[in-house]
Write a protein that binds this ligand. Sequence first.
Ligand code: OGA
Ligand code: MN
Length: 207
Amino acid sequence: MTEKQVFSEEERFELLIQGVLDAGYGFCDQFLDEEVIAGLRANILRHHKAGEMYTAGVGRKFDFQRNATIRGDVIRWIENDTIDLFEQAWILKVRTFIAYLNQTCYTSINDFEFHYAYYEQGSFYKRHLDQFKSNQGRKFSFVMYLNDDWKDTDGGNIVLYLNAEKEESLFPHGGRVVFFKSDKLEHEVKPSNSRYRLSIAGWLKSV
Ligand code: OGA
Ligand code: MN
């Protein structure tokens, strides 16, 4: 067995927050227990199989389009008052993170929204910014991956465009979280040519 470095909850939160402060993005692994990740993965696969996921939009209200040339995932929103136990564990962890963030960074995050996202093999999300021009409520983007045994050779990386010279890639290993400011960081989801790609993606908001 390979040794995995074990971080406490606070250390993981610090990796996310310090990463944003120092580099413009933060990430950590094992954000939740394996068992919760597996439960969330089973949820998304069940919803997908039952045809309970929807083509994601681009933009909002009047500029809302369903444009598969820009993004190819299908999504399903998670209710913040869900009765599903795995989703409750996820929401509780998000709330704990938000409390920590507000306390340590004087942010005033008071709302959040998350959806499951299923990218079929070969589908992608072109370079974009998450914040709508007409609505500044989305302060931070927060993505957690749900993939089982992802290999870097599977592709499906998120590319973070840090500045004109610098970009970073992260692969969507199950339990990994990526965190960044929604109005600042352009990013892109590359296709996997070998398998589907699962995540929960969403936003911490100030409304
Ligand atoms: C998004 C997004 C990134 C990812 O849903 O807006 O950029 O890695 N997701 O899934
Ligand atoms: Mn995005």
